[in-house]
Write a protein that binds this ligand. Structure first.
Ligand code: ADP
Ligand code: MG
Length: 268
């Protein structure tokens, strides 16, 4: 039997057409996420994070390179309903209400009592129990983002791709949802690739952080986090005060500063 590996992206190069020529959005990017691990991608705007995630999820075909997700192609993972995707622009269908949007990817006829009870617990988790019959236009941006999070989680995905899933939330809700995401990932054991702008989020949620640089989009550093032994449900928020957290924070910040210095240096 084929071994169930995590996510393996090898030699990914991607060109976008630009002014009758080609723009190199990603150059020779390789990413490995072990089975059940969480890897975060952090980097300046425009460095290709969303492009890389879309390629991993099979939404975009790379110009060069190969992708293997749990031993299958991204398309096969999608087809077998094992993939949860949460994109920056939460695509809710405007003509469906909150609970219909959450159940969107569940095949009709498969909505049994198990699905209904999961739906109720997700609505509680995202704090929208009272809004289940509301339509997207009646919700704030943050509420819509929470609905798209629930929609990805109702499938119990074994692979999760998230593109700045908490970016449009206020600071307090963001903290709560970060904790929920952590617990959800621990419970589900989903192999996860997470794009984020927040160093804190990357540290709290991942086993490893990949720092990306721009022009061309590439991985400039891989930083191990190794805080999982310290984090538990009871102390999640206090971890940010620990020396271990601080040490990783400085490493990531330095790496990001180095990139911006390189970018600011004029090329001769
Ligand atoms: P990030 O998510 O890191 O902010 P993106 O992956 O969205 O960056 O974009 C990387 C680069 O590719 C940017 O310069 C962006 O303008 C360009 N780009 C993204 N999508 C397209 C597209 N569909 N066509 C042309 N250029 C694109
Ligand atoms: Mg992006």
């Amino acid at each position: 039997m084929e071994q169930k590996l995590g996510i393996e992206m090898c030699g990914i190069t991607h060109f976008f057409p630009k002014n009758n020529s080609e723009f190199v959005a990603l150059k020779d990017v390789s990413v490995n996420v072990g089975l059940g691990q969480v890897v975060s991608i952090i980097g300046p705007s425009g460095c290709g994070k969303s492009t890389l995630l879309k390629i991993a999820a099979g939404v975009l075909e790379p110009t060069f390179g190969t992708i293997n997700v749990h031993g299958l192609s991204p398309y096969e993972i999608q087809e077998s309903n094992q993939m949860g995707i949460i994109f920056q622009d939460h695509l809710l269908l405007p003509w469906l209400n909150v609970e219909q949007n959450i159940k969107l990817l569940i095949e009709s006829g498969k909505s049994d009592s198990k699905v209904e009870s999961k739906l109720q617990s997700l609505l509680r988790m995202i704090g929208l129990e009272k809004f289940s019959k509301y339509y997207p236009y009646q919700l704030s941006g943050g509420m819509r983002q929470r609905v798209s999070l629930a929609r990805a989680l109702i499938l119990n995905p074994s692979v999760l791709f998230m593109d700045e899933p908490l970016s449009s939330l206020d600071e307090i809700t963001r903290g709560i949802m970060r904790e929920e995401l952590y617990e959800m990932q621990q419970l589900s054991g989903a192999t996860t690739l997470l794009v984020t702008h927040s160093i804190q989020e990357a540290i709290m949620l991942s086993d490893r952080i990949l720092v990306m640089a721009t022009n061309p989009g590439r991985i400039s550093e891989s930083i191990d986090v190794n805080l999982s032994g310290l984090i538990s449900r009871t102390n999640f928020r206090d971890i940010e005060l620990s020396d271990e957290f601080h040490a990783v924070f400085l490493k990531v910040r330095e790496s990001l500063q180095l990139i911006s210095q390189i970018e600011l240096t004029p090329r001769v």
